[in-house]
Design a protein around this ligand. Structure first.
Ligand SMILES: *Cc1c(COP(=O)(O)O)cnc(C)c1O
Length: 461
């Protein structure tokens, strides 16, 4: 064993060899020494356990190439790009939607340059970072002002903390939802230090239920859009308009958490209807909050729109400083909102809307090409078919409303063969993420954005 140990080279020898010097040139002294040390420690352990020399010590080139491999893998980002063939367009686990080209450009520009984030160039003085969004929101929704935070969950927290700390908030029992990732309205209430007052029953809430719950400690009336489930049958809920009327009577503000919300009429695009921010503003709701990265099609953000005075109070709360967005997100969000000034171009410009509105004919053509590309790769164990599928918007938006779609399905006599294929798909340079149902792998064409890149990858790798 001693002779084996003696064959382990010293760190000094390694870093002074020509290959060692080349690595240091590329990665720096500390990282190379660290990697060499790790490798040598591993070699010692292996000799101890197996009384044999590890392969990478068999020749010098193998050793250096091992070090280089380790260093290269440390450099490459582990948050990998993937192809989303799950059929869920806004898949939270896959980073939700993709940005428009304008949003990408605005974001990269903000990354490379200083930007007039809190600076009014014309006036030559300090301004507020949310002003750009606020002006656009005013134009697009008629709301007086806007406040932008990290996400919609943060938006709800900020509204509650600002206006309802130590007070009561009245919400319908049917609207106490949990959004994926453990966002529960009651928990947020608790975090914000306010008391939740539930009214009505799971399936039915009436205006009188709200009225009876109002007392001198009530901060406001709240609506939560139950985007991720639906109660059917004997149901009743109270509209924003009615709540606003009631609020006026008692001088209480009304706030609405829209979740996804939309600035354009989804129904007119042939999609399931989703409440529009403009409608809630028009109904007189004091504050409306919604996500930047759900149907809006932009970066992760939470947008609160409403009356100037109420927005000013949000902006002044210490939590706003904690929850604010950076220049990159605000630039991308501004670019996204600007698309809504050109409504006829929306579905071409915003990837999320583009994917959601693709016709079945388009999906069929794509399915045939995908099937062809797969046919060339897979052996006879696998059966390929083109089948009708059901896609969904995702991110809690309308899971009960399926979108007609087309998928390439793959089945095999032995389920283990499908698992092997799943592993192969995951090992591709840009892994393919599929959906499994009815003992088949479903590759749904509606949710995949870079389709040409997918076909190209299947051809060459
Ligand atoms: C999605 C959703 C949220 C959370 O929004 P994020 O932007 O994901 O933080 C809050 N409320 C409702 C009703 C939602 O649908």
């Amino acid at each position: 064993m001693q002779t084996l140990f003696r064959q382990i080279p010293s760190i000094d020898k390694l870093i002074n060899a020509p290959q060692g010097k080349a690595l240091i040139e590329q990665f720096g002294h500390s990282a190379v020494v660290e990697q060499a040390r790790t490798l040598i420690d591993n070699a010692r352990v292996q000799i101890q356990q197996t009384q044999s020399l590890p392969d990478f010590l068999s020749d010098e080139n193998a050793l250096f190439s091992q070090i280089e491999q380790q260093l290269t893998s440390q450099q490459s980002v582990a948050i990998k790009s993937v192809f989303n063939l799950t059929g869920t367009v806004l898949h939270t686990n896959l980073g939700r939607g993709l940005w428009s080209e304008n949003a990408i450009q605005a974001a990269t520009q903000a990354m490379r340059n200083n930007v007039a984030l809190e600076f009014d160039i014309d006036a030559g003085k300090r301004s507020h970072r949310d002003n750009y969004i606020s002006d656009l929101i005013q134009q697009l929704t008629g709301a007086e002002a806007a406040c932008v935070v990290n996400n919609n969950a943060a938006a709800v927290l900020l509204m509650l903390a600002t206006f309802a700390q130590g007070k009561e908030v009245i919400v319908s029992r049917g609207e106490l939802v949990e959004i994926g990732g453990a966002f529960r309205i009651p928990d947020i209430m608790q975090q914000a230090g306010c008391k939740l007052v539930e009214v009505g029953t799971t399936n039915r809430t009436h205006l009188k239920d709200y009225r009876n719950a109002i007392n001198e400690n009530t901060a406001f009336l709240m609506k939560v859009h139950t985007s991720n489930y639906q109660i059917q049958g004997f149901t009743a809920s109270v509209s924003e308009e009615e709540l606003v009327e009631l609020g006026k009577e008692f001088n209480l503000p009304v706030i609405s958490d829209l979740g996804s919300g939309s600035l354009t009429d989804m129904h007119a695009l042939g999609l399931p209807a989703e409440p529009m921010v403009q409608q809630k503003v028009k109904a007189g709701v004091d504050l409306v909050s919604f996500s930047g990265d759900k149907l809006l099609g932009g970066p992760q953000a939470g947008i609160i729109v409403g009356k100037k005075e109420a927005i000013a109070q949000l902006q002044a709360h210490p939590l706003k400083r904690v929850l604010r967005c950076d220049k990159v997100i605000l630039s991308a969000l501004e670019a996204t909102l600007r698309h809504y000034l050109f409504p006829d171009r929306l579905i071409e410009e915003l990837p999320t809307l583009r994917l959601l509105t693709q016709s079945l004919e388009t999906l069929q053509t794509k399915a045939e090409r995908l099937k062809g590309a797969l046919y060339n790769r897979l052996d006879s164990r696998y059966i390929l078919q083109i089948e009708a599928s059901e896609a969904q918007i995702g991110s809690g938006a309308l899971p009960t409303e399926k979108l007609a779609s087309i998928a390439v399905t793959i089945s095999a006599e032995k389920q283990s063969d499908l698992l092997i294929l799943e592993q192969q798909f995951k090992a591709l340079p840009q892994p393919i993420i599929a959906r499994f149902a009815q003992q088949k792998m479903w590759l749904d064409l509606r949710s995949v954005a870079e389709f040409e890149a997918l076909i190209e990858m299947l051809k060459i790798s």
